[in-house]
Design a protein around this ligand. Structure first.
Ligand SMILES: Cc1ncc(COP(=O)(O)O)c(C=O)c1O
Length: 381
């Protein structure tokens, strides 16, 4: 990529910039309101009020009670707490966990760890679109199953899972059901009751809040083995002095995501659709990965046949996107998600994820189309 030109950012699934309104809301907590929410004096009470306001802003977005929100340090921590917390708490009831083959490493690696301490995990496969069949989840259930975790929307290809259907199955069997909603919040409706989930993970930096803040929805009545030991913050569920500054940021980001939902989705979808249509028309040997319809409105995962992803990215003059495969020495590593979807190697190795955001403009998108088409045509010569 040319280092003198500011690249067009098409990597919003990796992270988002901080919304200026979010930064403004945070500013007083960087300077003036520095109190510890556990302190009983005025400084503490100001901080406590800010934390509770943010909890309410998240609860309004996902439609739950405020006391069902626990603040964490990131989406990864939320996933760790959900899975380990539910697994260890329910060990006496069974040792079987069900998940899918296209989860983020923040789920897959937790499951791999749980296997080393005696749990059994079934990794349910997906179809060519990256979709889990709820019937496969149902078939995988045994008398030992204590937990099901299936992501709401996939970070690489954007496929949206049938969480409501899986939720009904889990509820009928009285099995705890978790979903990783790191990528879906702010892009598609996320309401815990409609989804039928008991646990849901939120990652701040995917929705215009800063990095280093997350949240976990824990349905009333669901008990988790404590993960972070220490003080009795967060209803004694997550120890450690609250990250007030970033909690305020996450709360504001959720309020904005709720307020501007339709507008933001329209922008993300319009720019993503332009990118998709233009590239499909202008280039040959292109494969769209992920479900054509049931997909996040901002995500475009494309495979460029017989090219290498890293090589494509390094040749883009002014486009910032993500690779779905990496080439080291003579070896090509395909992302586990593309492998699970059985994308043929000649396509998988040239896979790029483009993801638009609420700040993406049509003008930028058209410039990106030009640069991408020119680059691919040059590389194919
Ligand atoms: C689906 C999904 N889950 C979890 C995470 C991890 O979130 P964090 O970076 O906040 O730890 C990500 C981030 O890439 C993600 O896309």
């Amino acid at each position: 990529m040319n280092k003198t030109i500011k690249p067009i950012y098409l990597d919003y699934n990796a992270t988002t910039p901080i919304d200026p309104e979010v930064a403004e809301a945070m500013l007083p907590y960087l300077n003036e309101y520095f109190g510890n929410p556990s302190s009983s004096h005025r400084f503490g009470m100001q901080a406590k009020r800010a934390v509770e306001k943010a909890r309410n802003q998240i609860a309004e977005l996902i439609n739950c009670q405020t006391y069902e929100i626990i603040f964490t340090s990131c989406g990864t921590e939320s996933n760790n707490y959900a899975l380990k917390g539910a697994a260890f708490k329910n060990r006496s009831k069974g040792n079987h966990i069900i998940t899918s083959t296209i989860e983020h490493p923040a789920i897959i690696e937790v499951c791999r760890y749980l296997e080393t301490v005696g749990f059994e995990v079934t990794y349910v496969p997906v179809d060519k679109y990256g979709m889990v069949d709820p019937e496969d989840i149902e078939k995988a259930i045994t008398s030992e199953t204590i937990l099901i975790s299936v992501m709401h929307a996939n970070n690489e290809v954007g496929t949206i899972q049938q969480i409501e259907k899986i939720g009904k199955i889990a509820r009928a069997e009285k099995i705890i059901f978790h979903t990783d909603a790191a990528q879906s919040i702010g892009k598609i409706p996320v309401r815990v009751d409609e989804l039928g989930v008991d646990l849901l993970s939120v990652a701040g930096h995917k929705l215009y809040a800063p990095k280093g803040i997350g949240a976990l929805f824990v349905r009333d009545g669901i008990k988790l083995e404590k993960f972070m030991h220490g003080g009795n913050q967060e209803q004694d569920l997550r120890a450690g002095t609250e990250n007030v500054l970033e909690i305020v940021g996450l709360g504001k980001a959720c309020e904005i995501a709720n307020r501007d939902f339709e507008k933001n989705v329209r922008i993300m979808k319009q720019t993503r659709d332009i990118l998709e249509k233009e590239l499909m028309e202008k280039l040959d040997d292109l494969k769209l990965n992920g479900h054509p319809g049931k997909r996040l409105p901002n995500t475009l995962n494309l495979s460029f046949k017989n090219l290498e992803a890293d090589y494509i990215l390094s040749n883009f003059r002014n486009v910032a996107a993500s690779a779905g495969a990496a080439c080291h020495a003579d070896e090509i590593t395909i992302s586990p998600v593309l492998e699970a979807m059985k994308i043929p190697l000649e396509y998988a190795k040239g896979t790029i994820r483009f993801s638009t955001g609420k700040m993406t403009t049509i003008e930028e998108t058209m410039q990106a189309v030009k640069n991408i088409t020119e680059t691919i045509m040059k590389l194919k010569k």
